[in-house]
Structures are given as structure tokens and as C-alpha cells.
Design a protein around this ligand. Structure first.
Ligand code: NDP
Ligand code: NHF
Length: 272
């Protein structure tokens, strides 16, 4: 596979998404989030995965401005939270939430806007999705998608015959064996893999370290590479410079089929 840091996957609307994005969940608002974003941009990342719920969109916006990298060279994903805090349920509140995200990010547009979860129910998610389509029509959002959607939710969405189909579904990567991935592949919906590093919890697992040692790579690099070889967009998070660099330094080796199969069968179910 000829993958590079600049590699992109073409979405179903023709837009291109960089294959590695910096995850920003639990990246503390303020200096930490700004610095992590800047380090990532310096290390060559061109894709940032934030969310209203992560409360660091403003820091991402500040870092992008400071980086002096042209806005159009950076791919920003953010998400509309739909339960509890940062609530955005339905049409008007989704439009409003997107406006807040745009202001936070200091940007005239969002590259990818996702409904963060299928909650709270069919009617609200349908209304929220209509708002996403409207945002594309208004030129405020380039691509739209969903997150944490199961087959049932995706089917429901496609059955509604949306003018603009979801471009991605952002889910947990250990669902590779699930019917969700097959469904997404069949319907040309790109799978984005979140928590690809097991939230740091299973990086010392002997199966993983065994494979890592074989390739002279770190467990984190093996997991990122594994996701890329599955054609997932992969979203490793770190606030540490050396790890941000490490997690993207995955383009000088290829995991063999037998090791891919071992990793496919490995289930480091992440405790929440
Ligand atoms: N749509 C959704 O519902 C969800 C989306 N996401 C997205 O996916 C991103 C990634 O998932 P996330 O849950 O954050 O977890 P990850 O699987 O990316 O793991 C992050 C953890 O691993 C540590 N870590 C990072 N790199 C290394 C390394 N090289 N060696 C050892 N430890 C390392 C980090 O610590 P440190 O920072 O100290 O380096 C942090 O504790 C999120 O940030 C978010 O953008 C995540 C969950 C749900
Ligand atoms: O993006 C997210 C980060 O992880 C959280 C769980 O711990 C999720 O609820 C949320 O969707």
C-alpha cells in the first residue's frame, strides 16, 4: 500500500479527507489544546478532529491562525453534540450549534460536520441531519456525516433518501468485524476509527507488543498502521510532542497479512 502522510481518501462527494487526524478529546482547553494542534500541524498533520463536546474548538482555531498554514490546506472535523451539555437537537439548534462551532474555529466553513451520536431518537436525528444538509447548501460545511451510528441508524438515514448522503461514520475501530463496517463500505461511507490507541490502556498487551517488536515499531504505530491498512481514517490523540510525531511515523513499513489477521482478531475492548 502506497500510503504517505499526505494521503487522502476521497469521500462520496468528491472531497478528500487526510487519512490521519489528530484526536482532540480530553485535550484540555487553553494552552494544551493550542500547543497539541500546533505541534501536530508542524509534524505534518493536516486533519484535526474536535467536537463541541471537547470544548477546545477555540484553541484549535487559534492554533490554525498562528500556524500560518493556509486554511484550505487543513481539514477540520467538528461534531454536534446531541444530549446533555452542548445540546443540539433538531433543525434550529443544529444550525445554531454549527454557527457557534464556526465562530469558535474562526473559520468561514467546516470541512466535516458530524452528528456526534444517534441520540436522542429518530425524529430529532432526522431533523438534525436536515440541518446539516442545509449547512452544506449555505456553503458553511463541505461534508457531513455521523458518528456512533449502527446499521439500524444508517439504514434509517438512507431510507429517508437524503439529498446529501453521509460521507463518513466515525466509530470505534474494534468494530471492524462488525456489520457496520461492511454496511459503510457497501454504501460508500468512509469509516473513521476513533480511540485507535485503546485510549492508551492496552498498549502493553503482549499480542500487540509482540507484533510491534517484530517490525521495530511502537504499539501505537502498529495500531495506527493497522487502521490505515483497513482504509480507515484514523484519529490518534496525544498532547505530547514526541507521541504526536510517533503516531504519524507509520509510512515506512507495512503490516503483513498474517499480522493484520492477528490484530483483526485482537479485542482490546476499551473500558470507558
Ligand atoms: N465520535 C466519538 O464518539 C469519539 C471520537 N473520538 C475521537 O478519536 C480521538 C482518539 O480517541 P481517544 O479516545 O482520544 O483515544 P486514543 O485511542 O487516541 O488514545 C489516547 C490516549 O493514548 C495516549 N497516547 C497517545 N499516543 C501514545 C503513544 N504513542 N504511546 C503511548 N500512549 C499514547 C494519550 O496520552 P497523551 O495525550 O498523554 O499522550 C491518551 O491517553 C479522540 O481524541 C476524538 O477526536 C474518541 C472517542 C469517541
Ligand atoms: O467523542 C466522544 C469521546 O468519548 C466519549 C466517551 O468517553 C464519547 O461520549 C464521545 O462521543
Amino acid at each position: 500500500m502506497d500510503l504517505k502522510m499526505e494521503s487522502t481518501i476521497t469521500l462520496n462527494n468528491g472531497n478528500k479527507i487526510p487519512v490521519i487526524g489528530l484526536g482532540l478529546f480530553q485535550t484540555e482547553s487553553g494552552q494544551t489544546a493550542k500547543q497539541a494542534t500546533l505541534w501536530a500541524l508542524e509534524a505534518g498533520y493536516r486533519h484535526l478532529d474536535t467536537a463541541a463536546m471537547y470544548a477546545n474548538e477555540k484553541d484549535v482555531g487559534i492554533a490554525i491562525a498562528e500556524s500560518k498554514i493556509p486554511r484550505e490546506d487543513i481539514f477540520i472535523t467538528t461534531k454536534i453534540w446531541n444530549t446533555g451539555k452542548f445540546i443540539a437537537n433538531g433543525y434550529e439548534s443544529t444550525l445554531k450549534a454549527a454557527d457557534t462551532s464556526l465562530k469558535n474555529l474562526q473559520s468561514g466553513y467546516i470541512d466535516l460536520l458530524l452528528l456526534h451520536s444517534p441520540l436522542p431518537g429518530p425524529q430529532k436525528r432526522a431533523e438534525s441531519y436536515k440541518a446539516l444538509q442545509e449547512l452544506v447548501k449555505r456553503g458553511l460545511v463541505k461534508s457531513i456525516g455521523v458518528s456512533n451510528y449502527g446499521v439500524k441508524h444508517l439504514q434509517e438515514l438512507l431510507d429517508s433518501n437524503p439529498e446529501i448522503k453521509p460521507a463518513v461514520n466515525q466509530i470505534h475501530p474494534w468494530l471492524t468485524r462488525s456489520d457496520i463496517v461492511s454496511f459503510c463500505n457497501k454504501h460508500n461511507i468512509v469509516v473513521e476509527a476513533y480511540s485507535p490507541l485503546t485510549r492508551g490502556k492496552k498498549l502493553n498487551d503482549p499480542i500487540l507488543t509482540g507484533i510491534a517488536n517484530k517490525y521495530g515499531k511502537t504499539p501505537a504505530q502498529i495500531l495506527v498502521r493497522w487502521g490505515l491498512q483497513h482504509n480507515f481514517v484514523i484519529l490518534p490523540k496525544s498532547t505530547k510532542l514526541e507521541r504526536i510525531i510517533e503516531n504519524a511515523n507509520v509510512f515506512d513499513f507495512e503490516i503483513k497479512k498474517s499480522d493484520m489477521e492477528t490484530l483483526d482478531a485482537w479485542d482490546p475492548t476499551v473500558a470507558e
